[in-house]
Each structure stands twice: as C-alpha cells, then as structure tokens.
Design a protein around this ligand. Sequence first.
Ligand code: ZN
Length: 302
Amino acid sequence: MTERAPVLGKQTGQTISWHAPEVERSNACCVYCGVSLRGPDAPLSDKEHLIARNFVPTGTMGGQPFNFIFRACRQCNARKADAERHVSSVTLFNSPARLVDDRVNDIALRKGRGDYHPSKKGVLIQEAHENLSLDYSLGPLSVKFGMVAPPQLDKNKAGEVAFSHVQGLFTLICTEDYRDPLKMRLLPQEQFIWYDWYAFDDWGNPQALEIANRVNDWECLANIVSAEGYFKATLRRSDEGWFWALEWNRQLRLVGGISSSSMKVFEKLPDEGWVLTPSGRMRQHVPHRIESDQLFAGVVSR
Ligand SMILES: [Zn+2]
C-alpha cells in the first residue's frame, strides 16, 4: 500500500484553508468537538480562523502570514470567540509592546475600556487591577506592602484558547484528508496537558528554561511566528509524547504536552524560589535573556 500525502487544503501565502462555501467540500468534522458537520442532523457551522484577526493587534494579519481557516460548529465557534476576546484584551493590555508601539497601545486602551472582566461583575478590563496589601510582623518589625497587580487573566478562558490553538495545529499536522471523517485526526481533551504559563517578565523562569532545554532535541513539527510576532506556536514530538508552547501578544507564554499519561518532561523541575507569606506565597519573576531563549528556536526538518 502506498502512503498518501496529506491533503493540505487551499493555501494563500502561509494561510491554509479547509473552508469552502459548501459544507461537503470543507472539513468533515468540527476540529474542536469532533461533531460531524454533514448530513441531516449536523449542527450549523461557520468559518473559523485559528488565530482570530482580533486576537492580535489590528493590521498584523495583513500579507497572509500563517493562519488556519476551517469550519467549526457554531457552538464551538462562539465559545472560542468569547474566550479569545478576554484573553486578547488582557494580554494586549499587559503587553510590553505598548511601550514601543503606539498602534498596539491604542488597541490595548480601546480593548481595556470596551471589555468587561468575566470574574469581576461590571468591572472593565482597564479597571480590573488587583489591589494587594500585605501586613505582617517580622520580629520587632511590622511590614506593610501595597501593590497593584495588572488585570488578571481568567485561567479557564486562557485554557480554552490554548486548547483550541493546539487542537487546530495538531489536526492540521496529523490529518491525512480533511474531507474524509475517517482520515481526520482530532485532539481529545483528555490528552491535552497544560503545565504552566509565564508573563513576559518571567520568561527566564528556571522551570520554563529547563523545559525548553529538555525538548530541544525533540523532533520539531511546527514553529510558527505569525501576526508580526504577536502569535507564536511550536510543536515537538518524542517517544514520550508531544510538547507544545504558545506565545500571545508578546505578553504570555504557555507550555504543555499531548499524551494519555503523565510526561517526564514536566517532572523533577528546578525550584522556582517560592517564599511563604501570611496570605500565601510569592516569588521573584525572572526576565529572560535573549541568548538563552530557545523555546521558539526549533527548525522543522520535513
Ligand atoms: Zn464543535
């Protein structure tokens, strides 16, 4: 039996599309939930962009950089869009790119005053700062800290977007023929592992560096820089399973794996230096050094 090359879809620049106006000529199943999009019982489906154009700063998706377009059922499409709107607002609002790019700053301000925080009723993103105060006695010393932390990202919504992005890339890489439901390969939730996330001022976190080091010789299946660097993704594979990393709006990195069992790459990692405080724990963030930044340095070999 000869091995068939994957059916890639329609390609414009680096954008790959599995979407056609007719359902029958599009991908057979919803990439996110796996429901069949054909036949009399199929749910309504829409065109879906893996990287939503509004997720990254306006204008950065011009010139057809990498994106993946396909059909998703309306329910998944709406759920992802809602999570993506929040993640985009918070990551852009907290992005260091605001300091060097007026265009990004304008968009961040607009999103900050136009979007409500999901876990703070009636509070806009721009007002969703966490006011932290810390009181404790240290021997004869009484110490009081006052801090203002930036708007916090909702963890469930970040997880939703990360899972969707990884699902899309996994399906794109593994699917032999997107028009044939038996030749589409989808990523089930139970195999998706999200290890941790790091804000830009903590990209030199000892655990993040060690993980990047451990996967450095794994086969690189995708290394994507799109939207002028406001979206990055990488996928690697070894006998242990898959590794994935995402970077959003130059502000947040997320790392995890794909496996049906626990992965050694996330075990026995170096100490992050947490210290206990009366109300919990804290640690110092570690900015990354360019020379040791190898998370998105993979080269796809085939
Ligand atoms: Zn769906």
